[in-house]
Each structure stands twice: as C-alpha cells, then as structure tokens.
Design a protein around this ligand. Structure first.
Ligand code: ADP
Length: 596
C-alpha cells in the first residue's frame, strides 16, 4: 500500500514536471484546458441534471413563466460562453499551443541528445528510454492533458452534484458511495488483468515489431530480396501471432465478465435508487415534487460516474507519469564527459597520449592497453591494424567521445579535459567510415552548418577529390538536394561518390586536426591512391591521423603505428617497418599481392 502510494506520488510529480514545461511553452494551452473543462462540466450539469428537473418543478408548483425564464437565461449564458470559449480557444490556445509545446520540448530533447555522451548508446536500458523520449515523450505530455481536462471536469461535476444530493437526500450519498466503491474495485481488478495480459503479450509483440521493421526499413531491403530470410520471418510472424492469440484467449473471458459486471452494477444501483426516490415521493412524502425526483436521479448518475472516473484517472496518472519519467530521466542524466575546461585552445598543437588504457562502459575487456603516442603538429600519422584491434576506439578517445579509463591525452601543454569541449571538438575535422549523407543540399552537406557556403572553396575541394565530372552534370550544382527523403527529385550517389562528398566535407573545415577513419574504403585502388595524395597536399599544414587497414595510405605517413589487441606492437616509417619484416610488412605484402 505504502509502496503504491509512493509510486503514485512519484508519477504525479513527473506529471507536474511535464505540465510545468508545457506551461512555460504555452500558458494559454494549459489555462484553456482547465477553464474549458470547468465550463463543460457546468454545461453538462445544466443540460443533463438540472434544467429538465427545474422546469418540471416549475410546472408542478405553477410558477410564473418569468421565474423559469430567469433560470433558462442564466443557463443559456453559461452554455453560450462555453461555445464561444471553444470556438476561439480551440484554434488560438489548443492547436497553436500544442505546436509550441511540441516545438519547445523537441528542441530541448535535440539539444540534450547532441550533448549526451556517446557511451550512453552502449547502455541498452538508457538507449531504450532515450529512443522513447525522442519519439513519444512530447506527444505523451500533450496527451496527458486529457487527464487534466478529465480530472477538472469530473471534480467539478462531483462537487456540485455532491452538494446537491447531500442537501436533498442522505440516502443518495450512500448509494453513490456503494456504486463507486464496487465499480472502482472491479476496475482495479480489470486493469491488473489487462496489465498482466499486456506483459505476457510483450515478447511476441516485440518480435512482431522487429519483423515489421525488417519489411519497411531500407537497411534490410536488399537482404530480404536477395535471401530466403523472409521465409524464416513469415514463420516467426505466424508463431508470434499464434502465441499472442493464446494469451488473449486466456484472459479475455475474465475481462468480458468484469466489464459486464461493471455495467450491471451501475444499472442495478441506479434503478434501485429510482425506486427509493419514487417511494419517498408517493409514500413517505419526504420528496415533494417530481422535479426533485428527476434531478436527484440524474445527479446520482452523474456523481457516481464522475467519482468512478476520478478513481480511474489515478492509475492513468501512474501510467503516464512513468512514461514522462523516462523523458525527465533522460534530460536530467549527467554526462560522464564533463565540459569544465577553461583553457584557451592554441592555434597549433602537438598531441600526446601517455599510458592510455580504455574499456567500454559496462565491459571488463581492455580495448586499449597502455598506448603511448606522439603526434607533432602538422605531421601525418597512420594507425593500422586488423579489424577489432582498437583503431576506431583510439580515435574516439582523441575526439573525446569517451575519456580514457586511465592515462592522459594532452593537447599542447594541457590534458584535453582542460579545454572547453565545444572548442576542442571544433578543432578536429573527422571523416568516419560510416559517414552519413544528410537529406540537405550538396552545399550544406559540405559546409555542415548554417553559415553561408563559400562556393568557390567548396567547388575547388570537390574538383580535388575527383567529383567535378559528376558535379558538372548536376543542374542545381551546390543546391542539388541529396537523398530522396523529402523530394523524389533528390539525388542518391553511389558509395564511392558519397565518400568523395564526405571527404570534401572534412577538407572544407579549417580544423587543424584531420582524422580520417578508413577514408578510402569505398574507393577503387587508383582513386584511393590519388585521393590520399590530394588529402596530404590539401592539408599540408594540418595534422592528419589516418586510420586504415588498407596499407597504400600508410606509405605517405610520417609515422605508422600498428595496433594489435589494443596495443602498439610496431611503430616507424613505412620503410623502417618494411625492413623490420614484422607484422606490418607481413600485412603489407599480403595486401600488395591482392592488388597485383
Ligand atoms: P577497429 O577500429 O580496429 O576495427 P574498434 O576500435 O572498433 O576496432 O574495436 C576494438 C574492440 O572494441 C573490438 O573488440 C570491439 O568489439 C570493441 N568495441 C567497439 N565498440 C564497442 C562498444 N561500443 N562497446 C563495447 N565494445 C566495443
């Protein structure tokens, strides 16, 4: 009991947190929701509880028409006010307010997601919450305002009908209490049963969702056409469906029974109370007019519905609150990569790695062990090794996407943690092997920010990367829209062509350190050779770190570091390492054979 009360209050706190954010983005949306709910409750009470009853009483008591008219006018004013409020507020407050709230919440989430440590992607639980927060949280906060509407509506209805019933007939209050108690109990049992059913369905649902994704995501499009994996997927889909049906069948009888009982109880108590009211009117004389009989009958119905709904809102608050908690948790998560440095970044710098070791969060395995590296300013360094040797991880540490588990990375005189993170990352231009072409113009894909594009510079770089023949064929030149995401006329380039754009992007930035993670993996050997020379020519005064397992790149490096199992096993220039006849030369000769 204590535990569920605590959970409820926690959920309620989360809802308030969400409402505060919504209020900040659009106070008019929140105020409108509350005021509209009050007017709607009043309109409903007038129409379904009091108006008819009042008119019957007027006729019975032979009141003057002007007396009845006064009440009708007041009722008409309230109902008209509600309609006016609705017609103005729906557009100005609801629709526009909703957009403002969605916009502000989304921007806050985007901002947080950029600042979030990359390591959080490795934590499946956090990642699930993150995905949920990004996809659903803003909508969920908007939806949770239905609870506000509902809560205010039923509270106003219950309060007014409660006062009315207790002044007219105490038995009515008891009837309401019994009805609400029984209905809430049945509802709680039904909700528990439903949750259990949903839990049991979840693994099968997940499987179905996965299969669904496989059929629509472009990532799988080739595989499902070129292999027979679809047969396996269809079988799995059938199995999941069968299992889901079994679960539904197991629980559905009880659920149907509970729903029927729920409605039977309501009808039975209402009818019994009507009999009691008629008894009071005809035999006891405690109720004098039929108008009061009608209004009490309607009032008890309204009140018991309201109180039951109010009780049903509580589990909803709990459910929604737990969802919103995921967003709150995500936004409040503190990064491990702290941005506390204040040092000014030098114009040119050496980079030094001293005894750097690293394990990924949550993993025991040391991916890098005692790495010592010196990268003088303007030098061209190659880091080579077979797949999985730790090359990309090393680069991620240099980019401060992760911090070393032990050891130090220095830029100039200071540990890289001493510089503001934004300034530090701005000093590095990176080309990853899994670069992405954005759904934006060619120019934006090269410049990668919202500053005006230096067309001449961009076109120069494109020509140096060998892209000019393709560029000349584009009628919209730099304004050509890439990918077909937003426009059927958008251009999709081949892997090699896209890579040239990505390389141009890295070269376009003026960053002093250029990191090229397998820059030429999608190119043929000739293009690769030309490109590597181009890059070194273009970035003469910049420091370059090449990551590669294709060794033609490494010939142009001032120094090569060979990694194996997270350790540097050989270092030197290409000719030094070839003379040494160690692992590097073995790897080089093996590849050279392939090229021949
Ligand atoms: P390379 O770039 O040389 O191919 P990586 O640096 O990508 O190698 O990987 C080195 C090792 O680190 C591999 O054993 C890989 O499985 C592991 N690894 C890479 N990324 C992660 C991660 N996010 N979480 C845990 N282990 C990882």
């Amino acid at each position: 009991m204590f535990k569920s009360t605590a959970i409820f209050f926690k959920s309620f706190g989360n809802m308030l947190w969400g409402y505060k954010k919504a209020f900040k983005a659009s106070p008019e949306f929140v105020i409108y929701k509350v005021v509209f709910a009050i007017f709607q409750a009043l309109q409903n009470l007038i129409q379904s509880v009091f108006l008819l009853a009042f008119l019957i009483s007027c006729i019975e008591e032979k009141r003057e028409f002007s007396y009845a008219l006064k009440f009708i006018i007041i009722a008409a004013i309230i109902i008209t006010a509600k309609f006016l409020l609705e017609s103005i507020g729906n557009h100005k407050c609801l629709i526009m307010g909703k957009e403002k709230i969605l916009r502000d919440l989304s921007l806050e989430l985007y901002d947080k997601s950029i600042k979030m440590d990359l390591s959080f992607y490795d934590d499946p639980k956090f990642y699930n919450d993150f995905v949920w927060a990004m996809n659903d949280a803003p909508q969920q906060i908007i939806l949770s305002f239905n609870l506000v509407h509902w809560g205010v509506y039923v509270s106003v209805t219950a309060l007014i009908t409660g006062i009315y019933i207790s002044t007219q007939d105490a038995i009515g209050v008891i009837a309401v209490a019994i009805s609400v108690f029984l209905r809430v109990v049945i509802h709680i049992i039904a909700v528990k049963k439903e949750i259990k059913m949903e839990e049991e369905k979840k693994p099968f649902q997940r499987k179905r969702d996965y299969i669904n994704r496989v059929f629509y995501l472009i990532d799988f499009a080739k595989d499902i056409r070129l292999s027979n994996i679809k047969d396996l997927l269809f079988d799995d889909f059938e199995d999941s469906n069968k299992n889901m049906s079994k679960v539904v069948k197991k629980h559905s009888k009880t659920l149907v029974f509970l729903t029927q009982t729920y409605y039977s109880i309501t009808t039975a108590i209402l009818n019994l109370y009507l009999i009691w009211l008629l008894y009071c009117y005809f035999f006891l004389g405690t109720i004098q007019t039929l108008g009061v009989v009608v209004s009490l009958h309607n009032a008890i119905n309204s009140m018991s519905n309201s109180l039951t709904n109010l009780a049903n809102v509580l589990p909803e608050i709990q459910r929604t609150g737990l969802y919103i908690e995921k967003m709150r948790h995500f936004l409040n998560t503190k990064n491990n990569i702290l941005d506390e440095g204040k040092e000014k970044l030098p114009e040119n710098f050496d980079i030094l790695l001293e005894n750097v070791s690293f394990s990924y969060p949550g993993s025991e395995k040391q991916v890098l062990k005692n790495i010592n590296l010196s990268i003088p300013k303007g030098s061209k360094i190659a880091i080579v090794g077979y797949n999985g040797s730790g090359k990309s991880t090393l680069v991620k540490l240099i980019m401060r996407l992760y911090d070393p588990s032990s050891g130090e990375i220095k830029l100039g005189e200071h540990n890289i943690k001493k510089y503001p993170l934004g300034d530090y990352r701005d000093s590095i231009s990176t080309l990853f092997q899994d670069f992405q072409i954005m759904a934006a113009t060619l120019g934006e894909n090269i410049c990668m920010d919202d500053t005006p594009l230096d067309r001449e510079k961009a076109e120069n770089i494109l020509s140096l990367t060998g892209f000019t023949p393709i560029y000349n064929k584009l009628s919209n030149k730099m304004d050509t829209l890439l990918t077909k995401e937003f426009d059927a006329e958008g251009v999709n380039f081949s892997g090699g062509e896209s890579q040239k754009i990505a390389i141009s992007r890295a070269l376009y930035s003026d960053a002093k350190l250029l990191i090229l993670d397998e820059p030429s993996s999608a190119l043929d050997p000739l293009s690769e050779y030309t490109l590597n020379h181009t890059i070194t020519e273009l970035a003469k005064d910049r420091t370059i770190i090449f990551i590669s397992h294709r060794l033609s790149t490494t010939k142009i490096a001032d120094k090569i570091y060979m990694l194996e199992n997270g350790q540097i096993i050989e270092e030197g220039t290409h000719s030094e390492l070839m003379q040494k006849k160690g692992k590097y030369s073995e790897m080089f000769l093996l590849q050279a054979q392939k090229y021949r």
